[in-house]
Structures are given as C-alpha cells and as structure tokens.
Design a protein around this ligand. Structure first.
Ligand code: CA
Length: 507
C-alpha cells in the first residue's frame, strides 16, 4: 500500500441483485419516478452518480466475477450461471487484503465456490440465489439457518462484523451484498401494504410487438404476462378462471419460500396477500387486462423489496456516521446488472438492451468526490476493481481490462470510447448468445447465431424499438460501429467459436 501520509480509506461496497436503474429515485430525476429511495439517494446527493454505467454480461454470476477481477467474462472464466470463479483468479479483495486491509463479504455471492481465505477474512454467504425468509447461509465448514428476513439479516451480520469482528487496526473492505431484489420479489412484513391502491405508470413499450428487430425477440421467454409463475412470481396460489395463463412453481423445490416460513410468518403473509388471490379468482381477465394487472402486481412487489433494501442502506450509512467512519469510508452502491420493469413486456435481464445492460452506480467519498456530481462518461463493471485498488493506493495488475473511475472523477476524462458486451448463456429465457458494442449514442448488437446485426440510435430511439441496420441513412454509422465492434473483439481476444462460426445452434 502506498502511504502518502494519509490514512487509507475504508470501503463499504454495497451491491444488490437485479436492481433496475428505473427503481432508484436519484437516478430518475429527469424521468418518470416509480418510487422514492431516500437512503440510496443520500449516496448520490453526498457523492456522485454515473449515468452511463453498464455491465459486460447481464447476468448474476458473470457480472460478479467481472466486478471482482476487473476482466471480461472470457478472461475470468465465468461466462454463464454455472461457471465458478477459479482459485487462480486475482480479485481486488485479495489484493486489498494482501496490502493490509481486513476484508469481509456477507450475503449474495453466487460464484459456485466458497469465497477464498486469500480474499476474505470473514464471509457468510447465501447458497446459490438464497432465500428471502429464514435463509440458510454458508459459513466456513458448514451452513447456518437464520430466522428472519434476508436483507435485514445480511445487514445485521455485516454491521456486527464492523462493530466487533474486524481488526480495528486495519482499514476495511466490507462487501454487503443483498439477494434482493432478485426473483421471487418477496417483501418483509413491514412493507406488505406499501403501494396498496397505487397504480404505477406503464412503460410506453409494455406492449412491444417486437417488429423491426431480429425475429429472435419474438421467441423470448421472459414476458411478465406469459412466463411468470402464478405462485412464486405473482403470489397467487389459485387463479380460478385465469389459472391456465401461467404455470406454478413446484412447491417441493428447495427454494420454495412458503415452505420455509414459520406458522406466524405464513399467517401474516396470507393475511396480506389473500386479497390479491381473491381478486384474480373473481375476475376473468382479457389478455390486455391481464398484462396490465400482472405488471402492477410484479412492480408492486419488486418495489416493496426495494424499500427494504433502502431501509438497510440507511442502517449501514447511519452506522458509519455513528461510528465516526463516515469521512474516511468510500461507499459504493451498485447492482450486478439492470432489470426490466415491463419494458418490452419483460422481467429479467440478459439482453444488451439498455434496461438490463445498465447498472446503477453511485459513489460517496467525502473530500474526493464532489457532492451531487453527475458523470455522463461510459463506464463498465470491469472498472470497479481498478478504481478501488487505485483509491487505496494498490497497484492495478495489467491483466485487468478496466480503467479506474478516478480518471473520470478527478479530471472529467472519458475512459472508454465504447463498451463491449457479450452474453454467453445461449437459450436461457429464450435469449440467444449475442455480443455488441455501445458508444455514447449508438449500439450495435450481433445476434451471431441468427446471422443478424441490429443497430440503434439511442438519441432518436431510446427504447430501442427499431433497428437501423439496413437504413441507407445510417450506412456510415453502421460501418463505423462495425469497425468498433471488430476492434473490441480483437482487443478482448474473443475467439471465432463465440461468433457465427461457433457451435451455438440458431434459435
Ligand atoms: Ca443479478
């Protein structure tokens, strides 16, 4: 650690799972506001927001690996949900620990292995996706079950480590990683009635017909009104005349939440949610009515879960303040990727479209980051590791692809002309493997299993409703974006097998 006579900063790295940019009020002040997140907004107001922050592969496990390693998926070996992070991968946590930090990770991990002792002094992580109620946590040498609500318990455990567990002589890295708001969007009892009677605005493309883009969009399996489950997603256990619209989730499955609840918890849940089921049983809905109804039910639960995230971010910020740690702690809030809240008819992520490629990113660092600053520069999840290493005076390994965000913060530099994206989990939720590049204004997607490029002008068509790849007026732009695309594939050593000459079958 390079010590210039100043105390190295602590880091509180808060990451949630699938938190859409659309669901943080500080990031939507110039757009329709769905909800208010006063505690998250504090990070933005006392720190900064990155308005053009993106991931390189929009799904849980790969994005987490890219954040830890500062590398694109192919180079860190985590391409899909089933890949695990290999022992020889260098992480920013391990480098900070080696440099004298005490390190901890609590909550959602999802890298198909245990956190390494070389990376974390303390860890307590959810197995796989984890559960909302009475969750199990993996601990060194076993599993413990903790009664209560996952977002609250994860925060309790981290605050307890900060208070009594850590080596007080060392600076700390505390990774507080929420399962929320991942599917199946189950709120805690204190928010069961939040938004009762409220109608959320529908996104203008809730009824997207998928015209003017690659045909593969029509074969997606992530539409709210077609591909959700009655019970776990929409919280309806008997849908009466509407039952045939959707499947239900098997109640014997290990992550079936209601089977984990105590009788008291189950009663409180049923008391709150029975009215929704009763409504569905007594109203046979048309397709259009059902799409609107399921959107409202989905977004209501999603935002109730976000309210609990916001509560707990508030608790963590209050802890720093009360413990006199506020001034010398970098607080980061991000999610592993963005999410669809009805745009293109969808829930879930994966596509290179804006809602899922985007990541919320806010950083508070008193004395270093100007309060209320907004940065428009393109940044990506591979940049986080170099940023935190540089902020703590630790050398950034050359093998990392990302660039420190301090370049942006300190002198307003642009650090990426364009961003490379590659989704590899071919076929998941009906989404083909695809890649592409995004510049400040344009986006080129390559559906290489379908043999088709799509081009979007994000200024003219921010909802990405119409591809311009065969519009003669955009021929020069297409040629420029093709060059950028080829350059990025070369820069990141993407082999031909992940392209038209690869083995993925057309969908
Ligand atoms: Ca995720």
């Amino acid at each position: 650690m390079k010590n210039n006579g100043t105390k190295p900063p602590n880091i509180l790295f808060i990451m949630s799972d699938d938190h859409a940019v659309q669901a943080i009020s500080a990031l939507n002040r110039d757009r329709v506001q769905l909800n208010q997140t006063p505690n998250l907004d504090r990070i933005a107001d006392e720190g900064c927001v990155f308005k053009n922050s993106f991931c390189c592969n929009s799904i849980c496990t790969p994005s987490r690996a890219s954040i830890l390693t500062g590398k694109h998926s192919l180079q860190n070996g985590v391409l899909t949900l089933s890949d695990s992070l290999a022992d020889d991968q260098v992480t920013f946590a391990g480098l900070l620990k080696e440099a004298g930090y005490t390190t901890a990770l609590v909550g959602k991990w999802h890298l198909n292995c245990e956190p390494k002792a070389e990376d974390f002094d303390f860890w307590e992580v959810l197995p796989g996706q984890g559960c909302y109620y009475n969750p199990d946590y993996l601990v060194p040498g076993g599993t413990v079950r903790r009664e209560g609500y996952v977002t609250d318990i994860t925060t309790d455990t981290m605050l307890n480590w900060l208070e009594t567990g850590r080596d007080q002589e060392k600076p700390f890295l505390a990774c507080l990683q929420f399962k929320a708001p991942h599917r199946p969007w189950m709120p805690p009892p204190r928010h069961y009635h939040l938004y009762d009677g409220h109608t959320f605005p529908e996104p203008e493309n809730l009824r997207d017909d998928y015209r003017n883009r690659c045909d593969v969009l029509k074969r997606n399996k992530m539409e709210i009104a077609k591909h959700m489950t009655w019970n776990t997603d929409l919280k309806v256990h008997d849908a009466g005349p509407n039952q045939s619209r959707l499947e239900s989730f098997p109640e014997t499955y290990g992550e079936y939440e209601w089977g984990r609840m105590t009788p008291e918890q189950l009663k409180a849940w049923n008391d709150a949610y029975d009215a929704r089921g009763a409504f569905v049983r007594s109203h046979e809905m048309s397709d259009e009515e059902f799409e609107s109804w399921s959107y409202q039910a989905y977004v209501t639960d999603y935002l109730r879960v976000i309210a609990a995230v916001d509560d707990n971010v508030g608790r963590a910020l209050q802890y720093l303040k009360d413990s006199d740690l506020e001034d010398n702690t970098i607080v980061i809030y991000c999610a592993d990727q963005g999410f669809y809240l009805g745009e293109h008819r969808w829930f879930d992520k994966r596509w290179m479209f804006e809602e899922s490629m985007q990541m919320p990113l806010m950083i508070r660092w008193p004395g270093k980051i100007k309060a209320g600053a907004t940065y428009e520069q393109l940044v990506q999840n591979i940049d986080y590791a170099p940023t935190l290493l540089e902020a703590c005076g630790v050398d950034v390994p050359e093998s990392m692809h990302g660039t420190s965000l301090l370049r942006v913060i300190e002198d307003g530099s642009s650090i990426h002309e364009d961003l490379y994206y590659h989704y590899y989990l071919h076929g998941g939720h009906g989404v083909p493997a695809h890649d592409g590049v995004r510049s400040m204004r344009y986006k080129l997607l390559h559906y290489y299993t379908q043999g088709e490029f799509n081009l979007f002008d994000l200024e003219e068509d921010p909802m990405e409703m119409s591809s311009l790849h065969d519009d003669p007026a955009y021929a020069d732009i297409l040629a420029d974006m093709m060059q950028r695309y080829e350059r990025a594939r070369k820069q990141y050593d993407i082999p031909k097998e992940y392209g038209p000459e690869g083995t993925f079958a057309p969908m």
